[in-house]
Design a protein around this ligand. Structure first.
Ligand code: ADP
Ligand code: MG
Length: 297
């Protein structure tokens, strides 16, 4: 039978918006020694806003670059899609309906068919996947914007780069405090695992005080990073919003989904779901687990 302390601990968590999906997860949480954090949508608000539209092909206007990007993203659920659609909307660019076809490319971007044209929106590896020859102008503009801590996305129309747009996301106000409290509760290693650009990731890492940062990861690289921490002997919690974190969340000893920001899939597959969009619930969950287990021994 399940020890009374565990039942009580799960009950206390639930009352506090910490949904623990079983007694074994509460016991494992007491041993968490490493925490891996997704960046976009987890450490940041996940509500980035448009900062730049750079035209790289003089045959196209600023409105066209933003317009094609927004139309291509109209069928996308990625957090980077919304600021492009909202900005296009605010600038009065008509976006009539969904693309004929949308294909998300995890960790890279999206490829869509819009009015019979092939539009790719994403990072430089996506352009390479599209068979587009290295574009010096695009690479330089991407590097410049990333150096400013923004997230750049190149736009290709029928295999030609026409421009780069960039968005910037705000750190959650409680991100640094959460990491400090995890360390205070004895978590030895806090790492950021992100698909985003190295420079953007470093800027965020420096600001919040994590021990390690791994950038430009594909979903399977996040999984490998979790396995590597486990191989070092760590009990690993992974916190993600589910957009590209599903394999890592499943592999971690404890998969944690964030409430309001998380996708339905993440909440369902997580071992612990934090029902409020409050990062401090994570150190609170670790504290609850440690106290509960202590009472049992
Ligand atoms: P994170 O791991 O930080 O949550 P993702 O793996 O979801 O980030 O995305 C990694 C990178 O891939 C983004 O920074 C962006 O360059 C590109 N990308 C992914 N999805 C999209 C999209 N729908 N539109 C544009 N770019 C995208
Ligand atoms: Mg994410």
């Amino acid at each position: 039978s399940i020890p009374v302390a565990i039942v009580a601990g799960i009950g206390r968590g639930a009352k506090d918006g910490i949904l623990i999906k079983g007694g074994e997860f509460l016991e494992t949480s007491a041993r968490i020694s490493a925490v891996a954090l997704d960046k976009t949508g987890t450490l940041t608000e996940g509500r980035p806003h448009l900062t730049d539209v750079s035209v790289l092909d003089p045959a196209h206007s600023r409105a066209e670059v933003l317009g094609w990007a927004a139309r291509a993203e109209a069928g996308s659920e990625h957090p980077l899609a919304r600021p492009l659609i909202e900005a296009a909307d605010a600038e009065g660019l008509a976006i009539a309906g969904l693309p004929e076809h949308t294909e998300p490319v995890p960790g890279k971007g999206v490829v869509a068919t819009v009015e019979g044209r092939r539009v790719a929106v994403g990072n430089l590896p996506l352009l390479a996947d599209e068979g587009i020859a290295e574009d010096r102008g695009a690479a330089e503009e991407v590097a410049r914007l990333a150096g400013l801590g923004r997230t750049p996305m190149a736009i290709a129309l029928d295999g030609e780069v026409i421009g780069v747009v960039a968005v910037a996301d705000r750190l959650r106000t409680d991100a640094s405090e959460m990491i400090a409290r995890l360390h205070a509760r004895g978590v030895k290693k806090v790492v950021i695992l992100t698909g985003d650009d190295e420079r953007v990731a470093r800027a965020v890492a420096a600001e919040v005080g994590v021990d390690e940062v791994r950038a430009q990861l594909l979903p399977e690289d996040k999984l490998d990073a979790v396995r590597a921490l486990q191989a070092e002997g760590h009990t690993v919690a992974m916190v993600g919003d589910g957009v590209n974190d599903a394999p890592a969340l499943a592999t971690a000893d404890i998969g944690v989904a964030m409430g309001a920001a998380g996708t339905g899939v993440a909440i369902e597959t997580a071992d612990i779901a934090l029902m409020k969009d409050d990062l401090l619930k994570l150190p609170e969950a670790v504290g609850l687990a440690r106290r509960t287990v202590r009472v049992m021994h």
